[in-house]
Ligand binder design. Sequence first.
Ligand SMILES: [Zn+2]
Length: 362
Amino acid sequence: MLCSNETLALMKELTQAVGVSGQERQVCRILARHYEALADEIVRDNNGSIYAVKHSSAPDPFRVMVAAHSDEVGLVVRQIRPNGLLKASVIGGLYDEVLPGSRLRLITDEGREFRGCVSSLAQKMLRERVTSSRIPLGLLYLDFGFTSEADARAQGVLEGCQVVIDGPFEVLNGGKRLLSKAWDDRFGCILGVELLQALKGVELPFDLYVGADVQEEVGLRGAKTAANLVEPDLAIVLDCTAANDVEGFEPPTGGIGQGIMVRFNDGTYLPNRTMFLDYLALLREKGIPYQMHESRGGTDAGAINLSAQAVPTLTACICARNVHTGSLMIDAEDYLHCVEAVTAFVSGLDRTKLERYRSNNF
Ligand SMILES: [Zn+2]
């Protein structure tokens, strides 16, 4: 099972867009363009979270929210040095270890893009200065080829400009594996578009909101205001979680190509158990491979679940190697299985199920 050329094109477009938390406009604009062709309406909150709305003709429809996040971890410019090199601050859970030698992309506020790399002291000097194998951010400089501070500023570089670790989109092994930056969580953004495509022309007994929250990587911030915007009765959160399979794997971590991740517990939320069991039954019935998954981290489910008077919530994830670097590796079948699972689960929802989920603990 391989992704179609249309899916691969969508993947390339969305993973290669740059959207460090707080500056997700490139991603949001691409999503808006796709949503326009697939939705009845597009809604946004004032931080940029964006949702496509597919209205139901049922009287008094309930609301289902399918949420991904548009942002990615990265860096922002903190200081421009007299020699034109830049110092940076980290946005989200990006580890210094992955930075030395990395290729970078910087986007100015006017949208100009610069390519560069992380530069540091010569190896011999580094060894004298650094005792551990980890080179601290303080000894790393962002190098975009600017020859002086004035040169950088004249070209639009300013404190707070976003920078990502570059990672081109590559189709590997005849399409079985897909390598790129930002699968976390453009995976969910892409799945959302394909969910809308799959449900085009299908009459649903609820209003369907499919979209992407900003600022997940800095503490599920966008999901809080997005939940205020959508006011969902039920939510499904799409995210990409860390695989840990390079030396074999044991639950609760995952292996790529070993099935979609069924998250029964994480640090920020507990799934609605009735909804969780329904989802599991559906995966078994359809023969969709899955892995039981527990995470120490969280997703936007943590914020959406706790909005209003609590929202029955489920996460639908796949895993990737090298999460929060420029080289995330996913398996094409995991992606396709997740599309199948989410599409089947969403299209099977009705008011009876919603009431069962709501009364899970009654
Ligand atoms: Zn994520």
